[in-house]
Design a protein around this ligand. Structure first.
Ligand code: MSP
Length: 466
């Protein structure tokens, strides 16, 4: 039996989840379900990144204590994942005392190994990204992600010897020992590393909302180091170097381009420093934009997952998310486009097919002969993250079946030539049962409903028209 360990980033809880977080999490859920069907031993980890200046500021802005604020926001992530039928194995919070203790043990170890030293930090920092910036990263003096000018920071600080790992990281990424997909993203990571990796400041003198450095309580740990170790503590790791927990390393880590750079440098360097194996693969998906613009609260164009589920249902939402972004590409969404696709593919497509066929079968009661829907290279498509291609392929079959009903005038045929009608129905029912199975990682509830409808001949419409 193969093990399969897959992760989402742990999300910042400065706000409730939006459609971007939802997308990553649904993709991971689909992959986890697919691997379970393949009989792999799956561990799916997600969670929340709860420390740092950004979160502290968000709590202060609404007059709440940090603790009260992060508890509330974390709950909103859990609620949304439940609404979307996300089957994670663990939800790691960085405020969990066991996580904090393990992080401190690990950081102490790095200090003992001589990989952490004290110095003076001077440079630019974007609090929105919680990342260091160089003037090369800025457009018109602003962080392009957050449209804000980074702060200039000057303080005494502890540094992690990231530069020491430059050569090793380069080799491991080049050779695909740590595989970064798509290739453009691999090249982007390599070109960043090739510019030279500097040691990074890993302590904060003025951020109290964080993990205290075990060897100097005047400082808290830079939030990204705290965050990265979640991928280990989420498996019960206690901070021991060379002590990989069961399921480690990750087989796939999903994220978007905003956090690739740190995942291709600081994260694997930490693992090398802790004598632990590197993730096998990082997949970087595209960005959702809304009507050409970045989603943001101030623009008022954020699409919230609750609204999505309210309108399209659980599986409707999962389907729309999974079919929107082409491999590694950005994609633009709008309520109009989502509604159009829902009606075309789900209400008129799959929903209509299942309801027509089950109705026509009310009298004839043709039994379901099992058919496995053959999708060419399905495994390969999953391995290559070609979700849209998989769905397109399945939906071509659905379109074909709906056309077949029209061409055969099946509603007449079952009366005029019941024998021939039965044969056509038999084909359709087998096809639908094959579709019911193959969609199950994407649309788990619908998959069950279809199997039920085929068995009993009864059921509610799958996707009411909007
Ligand atoms: N807390 C860090 C990650 C630490 S992991 C050790 C963080 N959090 S975040 O809340 O900002 O989440 C970023 C991730 O959310 C992206 O990498 C992506 O997975 C998802 N998305 C957020 N906005 C997105 C879009 N607009 N489009 C698609 N996904 C994006 O970074």
């Amino acid at each position: 039996m193969n093990k399969f360990y897959i992760t989402t980033p742990i999300y910042y809880v400065n706000d409730k989840p939006h459609i971007g977080h939802t997308y990553t999490t649904v993709v991971v859920d689909v992959l986890a379900r697919w691997h379970k069907i393949q009989k792999d031993q799956v561990f799916f980890l997600t969670g929340t990144d709860e420390h740092g200046a950004k979160i502290a500021a968000a709590a202060a802005a609404v007059g709440k204590s940090e603790k009260e604020f992060v508890d509330e926001k974390t709950q909103s992530f859990k609620d949304v994942w439940q609404k979307l039928n996300i089957e994670y194995n663990n939800f790691l919070r960085t405020t969990d005392p066991a996580h904090i203790a393990a992080v401190q043990t690990a950081i102490q170890h790095l200090k003992d190994k001589g990989l952490i030293y004290k110095g003076q930090y001077e440079g630019l920092y974007c609090q929105g990204c919680e990342q260091y910036k160089t003037s090369d990263d800025l457009i018109d003096g602003k962080c392009p992600e957050h449209q804000i000018e980074p702060q200039s920071m000057k303080e005494e600080s502890y540094f992690f010897k990231l530069s020491q790992f430059e050569k090793q990281l380069k080799e491991k990424i080049e050779s695909d020992e740590l595989e970064i997909k798509p290739t453009e993203r691999k090249n982007e990571a390599l070109s960043f590393i090739n510019k030279g990796l500097k040691d990074i400041s890993i302590s904060r003198a003025n951020v109290s909302w964080g993990v205290p450095l075990p060897f100097d309580k005047n400082y808290t740990l830079y939030v990204w180091l705290d965050a990265f170790l979640n991928y280990l503590t989420g498996l019960g790791w206690k901070g021991g170097a060379g002590n990989a927990p069961k399921f480690f390393p990750p087989d796939i880590q999903l994220m978007s381009k905003d956090i690739l750079r740190v995942h291709a440098t600081i994260w694997p360097a930490l693992l090398l420093a802790l004598e632990l194996p590197l993730p096998k693969k990082i997949f970087v998906h595209g960005y959702f934009t809304v009507q050409g613009q970045k989603m943001s609260k101030s623009l008022g164009n954020v699409i919230w997952p609750e609204d999505l589920v309210g309108k399209f249902g659980i599986d409707g939402s999962r389907y729309l998310l999974m079919s929107l972004l082409a491999y590694g590409q950005d994609g633009d969404i709008s309520w109009e486009k989502l509604t159009e696709k829902y009606n075309a593919d789900l209400a008129n497509g799959l929903g209509n097919l299942v309801s027509r066929v089950s109705k026509l079968n009310e009298n004839l009661k043709v039994k379901n002969k099992k058919l496995e829907l053959r999708i060419k290279n399905l495994e390969g498509l999953f391995d290559e993250f070609k979700f849209k291609e998989i769905l397109d392929e399945i939906w071509q079959q659905i379109a074909w079946a709906n056309k077949y009903i029209e061409e055969k005038k099946l509603w007449e045929l079952v009366k005029t030539d019941p024998k021939e009608g039965k044969k056509v129905l038999e084909n359709l029912i087998s096809l639908i049962s094959g579709i019911g199975e193959v969609i199950s990682p994407f649309l788990p509830e619908t998959s069950e409903k279809i199997i039920e409808i085929l068995k009993t001949g009864q059921g509610q419409p799958l996707f009411p028209r909007i």
